[in-house]
Design a protein around this ligand. Structure first.
Ligand SMILES: Cc1cc2nc3c(=O)[nH]c(=O)nc-3n(C[C@H](O)[C@H](O)[C@H](O)COP(=O)(O)OP(=O)(O)OC[C@H]3O[C@@H](n4cnc5c(N)ncnc54)[C@H](O)[C@@H]3O)c2cc1C
Length: 561
């Protein structure tokens, strides 16, 4: 039975999903949002440091400079048409957010303040102290409520429904009451966020399990650039909680066990504000060569002084106090690289349209591709807003010019059978064991540095884990908040995505952005690998091909830091 029918169904209620829903509503469509979490608990709320747009308030800046920085930061793998759209439209989107009530930090003259971030040619990161994501998520939720947009809250989207060559709905599991539900839509916008939970050490919340990517993959859609997982250089030891790049933007240093500001050996010009891939590799090298402290390096903010730390970085201070027992006013904080952001995702055009009619994607689930092989800090929140808006508009326009929805009754019956199979199994392995092994082996064998023998080993490990997953047992047989069931489903998603990442990683015989092969292919190889990897699911495994990078103005330059 179809639960409800809408013009536009947005799956995910983070910054990308809510921005898409608002835009689709304002374009005249009947919109609903499906989210496994309450919207304000979405992971976007954890974003700290800021959001990039070339306002030029702190120094000369313009969209072209922002575009060039993004292209260069992407190690030339970003699609330049997407990047130009992004940097051109970002400033207006910031003004819109400000008019909706986002209380960004300001300068003395009343203009929005902008701070320096890594690999940015100008201080262009707009911020609300170090709780920018929290502010954005509240503002967007207010706009959602103001428009009375329906939210299927705590509904777990599980499968996309394709019929007649179109995406026409989503099969969900109702977390609060139990039961399989089908919501139909003329168009669907995926905004389900990233997949950091593939790794044991990650800044990502428990909910970041790549569901949207895996749902699209299982429907036969292509994922793009899956090998590129960004490691953030400053995650707290041992929890993996992020300390924003804003700390280094405000002047914090990185030091090793000898008290040396080691970035001068790796990136003498940009120092701590080199791009994230460079800083993470430098830290990992220090740790691997014995100049770390307990598997970490140290982030030193003491010279900033108490006043600046308390005013500009209050959240980072609190996190350090609570989760590392260190007050950065008095002592350096132990940090290490942690999995942070997936540059890969569902391939889309600049309106968020995927290969399948009626299906759109925006935010971290998508690969549009603005970030290429390495994302610049502050560009992701902006991407969620600008491309969330564009996807919402495009989905609404398509829905309003098409009238029919036709979802086969068998879709629900198939889903119910699948849940029954999982719930009826009485013996087998518990999912958490497989999840733990996946997280720790991904970190070990497919982390900051990648080595041929480790990747080959990880492919075998994933094959083994996937086989074991076939016999996984869900102990909770109930209907109400059965997290045991949904976590088992999420694990299946993570395993599929890991297989895609490894296949693309071992085949990319070069070092570019977040994909670093120091032993066998230490250099970027534009002749053979200036191309996107494209992964489809073929029966029982991933299948790899390549696609040209869309280049408009900038040709690759030698790397200098
Ligand atoms: C700690 C941290 C700090 C960051 N700081 C910054 C920063 O300062 N600047 C910046 O630019 N970027 C930052 N980033 C990156 C940025 O915050 C994220 O990439 C971005 O917020 C992702 O937004 P999203 O809307 O795509 O996904 P999310 O905010 O993760 O939202 C995903 C939504 O999808 C829903 N969902 C997922 N799966 C399902 C399912 N199966 N069924 C139903 N609903 C589902 C969830 O409930 C949620 O509502 C940071 C990331 C982290 C982890």
């Amino acid at each position: 039975m179809v639960e409800a029918t809408h013009d536009v169904l947005v799956v995910g209620a983070g910054c990308a999903g809510m921005r898409a829903a608002i835009e689709a509503h304002d374009a005249g469509a009947d919109v609903a949002v499906i989210s496994k979490l309450h919207p304000t608990r979405s992971h976007s709320g954890a974003a700290e440091g800021g959001i990039n747009a070339a306002l030029g308030n702190a120094a000369d800046d313009d969209p072209e400079t922002h575009a060039f920085d993004t292209v260069k930061g992407s190690d030339y793998l970003g699609d330049q048409d997407s990047i130009e759209v992004f940097t051109r439209e970002a400033p207006e989107d910031i003004i819109q957010l400000e008019h909706w009530g986002a209380f960004f930090s300001r300068r003395e003259d009343g203009k929005l303040a902008q701070r320096p971030f890594g690999a940015a040619g100008s201080p262009r990161t707009i911020y609300a102290a170090d709780i920018t994501g929290h502010v954005l998520i509240q503002v967007l939720y207010e706009q959602l409520v103001k428009r009375d947009i329906r939210v299927y809250e705590e509904w777990f989207a599980w499968r996309l429904v394709e019929n007649d060559g179109r995406c026409q709905g989503v099969i969900c599991w109702d977390l609060m009451n139990g039961g399989v539900k089908l919501v139909a839509g003329k168009t669907v916008v995926l905004a389900t966020g990233g997949a950091g939970r593939l790794y044991r050490a990650t800044t990502n919340a428990y909910a970041c399990t790549g569901d949207g990517m895996a749902m699209a993959l299982r429907l036969g859609l292509p994922l793009k650039d899956m090998e590129f997982m960004q490691f953030h250089p400053t995650t707290l030891f041992p929890s993996g909680i992020l300390l924003t790049e804003g700390c280094r933007g405000e002047g914090a240093y990185l030091i090793n066990s000898e008290g040396e500001r080691f970035m001068q050996r790796y990136a003498p010009n940009a120092m701590e504000l080199a791009s994230r891939d460079v800083v993470s590799r430098s830290e990992q090298t220090e740790i691997d060569q014995g100049r770390g402290v307990n598997g970490s390096v140290l982030l030193d903010m003491r010279h900033l002084g108490a006043e600046k730390i308390i005013e500009r970085l209050p959240g980072s201070r609190e996190l350090s106090l609570v989760f590392a027992g260190v007050d950065p006013i008095h002592d350096p904080v132990p940090v290490r690289p942690g999995a942070h952001y997936h540059m890969g995702g569902v391939a889309t055009d600049t309106d968020g349209l995927t290969e399948l009619t009626g299906l759109y994607a925006a935010g971290e689930v998508a690969c549009v591709s603005v970030h290429g092989a390495n994302r610049l800090g502050g560009n992701s929140l902006m991407e969620t807003i600008t491309f969330g808006r564009r996807a919402g508009r495009a989905a609404a326009e398509w829905a309003q010019s098409h009238t029919t929805i036709d979802v086969p009754a068998s879709a629900v019956a198939d889903a119910e059978r699948e849940v029954r199979t999982l719930l009826d199994r009485e013996e087998g392995e518990r999912p958490w064991q497989i999840r733990d092994e996946l997280g720790s082996t991904m970190l070990e064998n497919f982390g900051v540095f990648r080595r041929e023998h480790q990747m080959a080993k990880q492919i075998e490990i994933i094959d083994g884990l996937r086989e074991r997953y076939g016999n996984v047992v869900v102990e909770d047989k109930g209907n109400v908040f059965n997290n045991d069931l949904t976590q088992a489903i999420e694990l299946g998603y993570l395993l599929d995505l890991a297989a895609c990442m490894l296949q693309a990683g071992i085949a990319r015989k070069e070092s570019r952005g977040a994909h670093s092969r120091p032993d066998d292919y230490p250099d970027r190889d534009d002749e053979n690998f200036l191309k996107h990897s494209i992964t489809r699911w073929n029966g029982d495994g991933p299948e790899l091909s390549y696609e040209e990078v869309r280049m408009t103005r900038w040709t690759p330059q030698e790397r200098k830091y």
